[in-house]
Unconditional design. Structure first.
Length: 187
């Protein structure tokens, strides 16, 4: 694969279960598990995106414990995973960070559980990423998914993960693991 794949976990603009636009709360387990996923698959950085300053401050405090506090010596493997985390207010900040780091504008790849027109399969996206010589950002939504117009503004949208039943409400951690494995994992 030629493109470096970054991961961005967005807490806004997303829907709640009543289809209202909200900013969801950052959860401790998402921070840790997506960090571990990123370290396992060689994701250069993963971004926790929330416009809520109190949430960003909370995440910075938690990261401080694991990166420079007692947690850093207690569990160096966790430190290694969480060193990849960057906390920012918006996807525009993610794009700017990646562009500054790589010198190239990243393509954005949306995700979601709903069936929609114009999605790209994982096989197609692997081929696109192999041919792309710049960075890419896998954009994950929390809550009940990314806001529709925001999602449509992204460069690509992946087809949803489809299981064997009609049930389709994976945690973002589980969905992220499946998606990253399909895009970066060994065949």
């Amino acid at each position: 694969m030629s493109a470096a794949l970054y991961v961005a976990l967005l807490h806004y603009p997303v829907y709640d279960k009543n289809h209202k636009l909200v900013a969801t709360a950052v959860t401790n387990v998402d921070v840790h598990d997506i960090g571990r996923l990123s370290a396992t698959y060689g994701v250069p950085k993963y971004f926790l995106v929330t416009p809520v300053e109190q949430q960003r401050a909370l995440v910075r405090e938690m990261l401080s414990h694991w990166l420079t506090g007692h947690g850093a010596t207690y569990n160096p493997r966790r430190k290694q995973a969480l060193e990849l985390a960057v906390v920012v207010p918006s996807l525009a900040d993610v794009v700017a960070h990646v562009q500054q780091e790589t010198g190239k504008r990243p393509v954005t790849i949306g995700t979601g559980a709903a069936q929609r027109d114009g999605t790209v399969s994982y096989q197609q996206m692997r081929k696109l990423l192999a041919a792309w010589d710049g960075p890419a950002i896998l954009v994950l939504g929390t809550g009940w998914g990314l806001e529709r117009k925001f999602q449509e503004s992204l460069d690509y949208n992946l087809a949803p993960i489809v299981g064997r039943t009609g049930y389709n409400h994976l945690s973002v951690r589980s969905a992220a693991a499946i998606m990253v494995d399909r895009l970066l994992g060994a065949d």
